[in-house]
Design a protein around this ligand. Sequence first.
Ligand SMILES: *Cc1c(COP(=O)(O)O)cnc(C)c1O
Length: 227
Amino acid sequence: MLCIADNLQTVHSRIQAAEQLAGRPTGQVNLLAVSKTQPAAQIRAAFEAGQLAFGENYVQEGVEKAIELRDLNLQWHFIGPLQSNKTRLVAQHFSWIHSIDRLKIAQRLAEQRDIYLPPLQICLQINVSGEESKSGIHPDELPELAQAVAALPRLNLRGLMCIPEPTEELAILRSRFALLRELKDSLNTRYNMALDTLSMGMSHDIETAILEGSTCVRVGTAIFGQR
Ligand SMILES: *Cc1c(COP(=O)(O)O)cnc(C)c1O
């Protein structure tokens, strides 16, 4: 348990060092603790070390933990692929979803989000590497999807998310993150949006993502250990 607190401290130090290196004000990058496959006790340990926001990839697993830990008032983010028959559970139990890549899913979430809950916070997932099999939309499809999602009730379009292809080449990785930043900036300037979120960076590439403007790093292994 002590280990999780130490790991969180290390991740916070990495984030702060990267913010400084990037010449950014410190304390602006949010840390999302990715708790997929981790038991509720590990999440509770992270909470006791000060962590409030958690990311889950699988609907059923995430909902079970959200219910079990409801006394903690945690903030739950859905970050995995979402099928249309599971949207209602996400609309009921999560605050954010980072992985929207189809209008139909967003429409269902808008219909199913309870009007007494705050709007569901949305990021659109972009395929920044051009890989055939990857989730996420092609950048060319972004303006149309973003405008359609922004028009839906009970959703709040906040930004973009990506998972670049694994690569040892720092320059390639940077260019993927830079593309996501440019896409967000262009929606704001050309389509008069107010997106403020870039969900990018995981355990191994926090620093590169922050250099390119990440506002939310999604970190699993570096906090909880190998899955
Ligand atoms: C698992 C996962 C992460 C965390 O990855 P780590 O390498 O363990 O930090 C981040 N984002 C998504 C979408 C994931 O599925």
